[in-house]
Design a binder for this molecule. Structure first.
Ligand code: GLY
Length: 583
């Protein structure tokens, strides 16, 4: 270690001692919400209310999750859906864990080069707008499998609130209205979407106005009465296929008929005595969270402090190495062999640490894989019931309002998940991810995801339920909420609200949210060779939704010891329409 490096480390140590404590930095965040018998945290307040009512009526966390997901499809159309897909991580009170993959699949007629022109160049926005961008949706079958296998209530009971909200409408809050306004320009391009989400004068519905979705209510009613076949073999599938054919898409009835939900064993790893249960491929989320945690475990993050240059540098290096693995090696497990044993091995993390030069920025261009632009879309919700059943769900249409199209008469916004595939190796997607062959397009293949619905246990009991939207940043947002609780001692509200940093190998820079880094820290990081991208004018990052069990923070839980009770929830203040509610 050179003199300069030693001086830098000494200055980090000094800065850490002087660092302002997280408590004073984030004292202004709302206090976590307390519940004794259950907790629901979602990005839309009406969906949260529905989830709590299901728990109060004796439903378990899975029942509540099914009801919440259908409600979000009505009240949070930017990401809530039945025309998209997602993941559910479960840990039941008896210790069983499961991971349901109801993410979209590429249509049977999809090809590796479907988004390239004659010259082999990407056709701009072909994988983002309109029917060619749509993958076969999985949400309806996923929710039904969850309910049948783990729930306790009938389908009609769980879907009734969503159907009523679609049929009778709901009054938009300022947050709800601002989300609709954000999509107005895009929704105006599709006559059917415009008919639903815009007024007759073409302007979006505003605060205090009522949004009704009668077509969606009818489709939800059919699903409620007849089950998923009403979607996959009935009017919805027929109408979507017809509209897709008219709109240069490639979806067929066979795509809908052959769609299957998959169940996988979650990815699991241990970090400083906490057991992480998260998403396996076709998500990269859990694997990359674990790889980063394994690398960081040897660093004294707690004493260095949140936001210290040393901490940020170590996090950025761990992220750099993990994302190069993500982008090069991972894909749908039915199509590629994912090197999980290696990526999850603590010895591999130690090998990576050997390559990290303390106090010096690595270079992404030098990393050889062994194997952007940002959006806040997608949505995550966390639920815990009084028995200790924990459910963590992230589901999505991909971009905001998905492909921006609704098949006539269905009321269903369709996803643009096909953009999560590698359209062309080496060319960034919506999230700026530069990916490889493992994630190339193939018929019935699921695109690699970053969604990271996560449950954490300690001593065999639920400790934390966490996840976030945020495109490629989902992984680091979820990771940082965990570090904020475990290493930096924040309460669950501070943990989801604290400003974040992000590195994803390419582009080779540390992205940071407003106030994440002080001017002094930025200077230190620049002197180490980092390029930084952030400041006070960037977009809002993903909205985490978290629950902590037994106390507001780790200190409170540890102080209470065996007497620790209750559950504490927090929705990120970045979620303008969200809420956490316990009972
Ligand atoms: N569509 C975002 C993700 O799945 O990661």
């Amino acid at each position: 270690m050179g003199l300069y490096t030693r001086q830098l480390i000494a200055s980090f140590a000094a800065l850490s001692v002087l660092a302002v404590s997280p408590a004073s930095l984030f004292a202004a965040v709302p206090a976590p919400v307390e519940g004794k018998n259950g907790m629901v945290v979602t990005a839309q307040h009406l969906a949260t209310d529905v989830g709590v009512e299901v728990l109060k009526a004796g439903g378990n966390a899975v029942d509540a999750a099914v009801a919440v997901a259908y409600t979000l499809a009505v009240t949070y159309p930017t990401a809530g859906n039945i025309g998209g897909g997602g993941f559910m991580t479960l840990r039941m009170a008896d210790g069983r864990t499961d991971f349901l993959d109801f993410r979209e699949k590429a249509p049977l007629a999809a090809t590796k080069t479907m988004y390239l022109d004659d010259k082999g160049e990407i056709v701009p926005r072909a994988s983002l707008d309109g029917y060619l961008a749509v993958g076969t949706p999985g949400t309806v079958k996923g929710l039904e499998l969850a309910r049948e296998k783990y729930g306790s209530k009938d389908r009609a009971t769980l879907m009734a609130p969503a159907i009523a909200l679609a049929r009778d409408g709901f009054t938009l809050t300022q947050g709800d209205a601002s989300i609709l306004a954000g999509g107005a320009k895009r929704l105006a391009k599709d006559p059917e979407a415009a008919k639903i989400f815009l007024k007759s004068d073409g302007t979006p519905y505003g605060e205090g106005e009522v949004l009704k979705q009668p077509d969606l209510a009818r489709v939800l009613g059919e699903i409620s009465a007849k089950g998923p076949d009403a979607f996959y073999k009935g009017f919805a599938a027929d109408s979507i296929v017809k509209a897709s054919e008219a709109g240069k898409g490639i979806l067929t009835k066979a795509d809908f008929e052959q769609y299957k939900v998959r169940e996988f064993k979650p990815v699991e790893c241990d970090y400083r005595g906490y057991h992480i249960i998260s998403s396996p491929p076709p998500s990269s989320g859990g694997v990359i969270i674990c790889e980063i945690l394994n690398i960081l475990e040897a660093y004294p993050l707690a004493s260095q402090g949140y936001g210290a240059a040393s901490t940020v540098s170590q996090m950025a290096e761990a992220m750099r190495y993990a994302y190069v693995d993500r982008n090069a090696a991972l894909g749908d497990p039915d199509f590629v062999k994912n090197p999980l044993p290696k990526m999850l091995d603590k010895a591999y993390a130690a090998e990576i640490r050997q390559k990290i030069d303390p106090g010096k920025a690595g270079k992404s261009a030098d990393l050889k894989p062994f194997g952007g632009k940002e959006s806040t879309e997608t949505t995550h919700f966390s639920i815990l019931d009084g028995k200790g059943n924990a459910v963590s769900v992230t589901y999505t249409l991909n971009g905001s309002f998905g492909a921006g199209v609704v098949a006539p008469g269905t009321g269903i916004l369709l996803n643009n998940e096909m953009d999560d595939f590698t359209s062309k190796p080496g060319v960034p997607n919506l999230y700026g991810l530069v990916q490889g062959e493992a994630n190339a397009i193939a018929p019935q293949k699921t695109p690699l995801s970053s969604m990271s619905p996560t449950i954490i246990t300690r001593d065999g009991k639920p400790f934390m339920v966490i996840g976030s939207p945020g495109g490629s940043r989902i992984i680091t947002i979820t990771l940082e909420a965990i570090l904020n609780v475990v290493d930096f001692g924040m309460d669950i509200s501070m943990a989801v609200n604290a400003p974040r940093i992000h590195h994803q190998w390419q582009p080779d820079k540390i992205f940071y949210e407003p106030y994440a880094l002080s001017p002094d820290t930025i200077k230190l990081l620049q002197s180490m060779g980092y390029t930084l991208d952030g400041g006070n004018d960037g977009p809002v990052w993903g909205q985490a939704a978290g629950i902590l069990v037994g106390g507001k923070s780790l200190a409170e839980i540890d102080k209470a010891g065996a007497k620790a009770t209750g559950m504490f929830g927090a929705i990120d203040a970045r979620a303008v329409a969200g809420s956490a509610k316990g009972y």
